[in-house]
Design a protein around this ligand. Sequence first.
Ligand code: IPE
Ligand code: IPE
Ligand code: MG
Length: 264
Amino acid sequence: MLGKLIRKKPVSSAVSLSDQITDMKSRQIPAHVAIIMDGNGRWAKRRNLPRIAGHHEGMKTVRKITRISNDLGVKVLTLYAFSTENWKRPKIEIDFLMKLPGEFLSTYLPELIEQNVKVEMIGNFDVLPEHTKSAIHKAMKETANNDGMTLNFAMNYGSRLELVEAVKEIAQLAQEGVLSVENIDETVINSHLMTAHLPEPDLLIRTSGEVRLSNFMLWQLAYTEFSFTDVLWPDFDEQCMLNAMKEFQSRSRRFGSVEGENNA
Ligand code: IPE
Ligand code: IPE
Ligand code: MG
């Protein structure tokens, strides 16, 4: 009886990624997407693998998400790869994480060049191991003239450290009489951050179900749209990225005003 009353909905055929991308491009694409790539360790643990296996798998996600972000027309993709607090981890894990940029770039640099991607980095570069620095340097040098998407790795990055450094620089200028205290404003502070040359993130994504910033871009995220997902970083695929973009496009950004600037 009941069966007769319940009409089955027609099964909608899955829309291809490229059709979704085309559709999405008719609306506003966030210029700067920042991602806190989290959950590599748990991904590995669930498979009885060492944590570093999760980091290795996460590298493949970096490749996928870089490609689709570029296809979507994102201008800057910032990936939080290592925080100033991550030095608290076991040495074996830190050593592996410091080798990852070299491994990633030696495998994928040719395709980043082919995609016209420009590699950049924010964070405290000086204290990184030589091999990590030279891999990043090489990639930055070889992609310096590319004018497509910027792939910005936050490596040994911490927002509080960044703000402390900015305050020191500004105080120094004030002390030298180059800058008067009355002239210190948001633009001055911005110009002393590691992100001075970048637009503020429009969209922040954090994977793995954690709902916190973990010392990431505390100043820059003041008006950013947040998207949190339970998906672990190694499982975060193109469709997950498109879902976060859809979420962004459905939001109304008001920046404190009453008029909604709908992204649609
Ligand atoms: C994110 O994955 C990668 C880094 C922080 C370098 P985690 O290593 O934090 O993974 P979980 O959070 O332990 O699962
Ligand atoms: C944040 O993840 C740092 C990176 C993704 C690089 P964590 O896993 O280190 O953050 P907490 O410790 O859970 O806050
Ligand atoms: Mg984590």
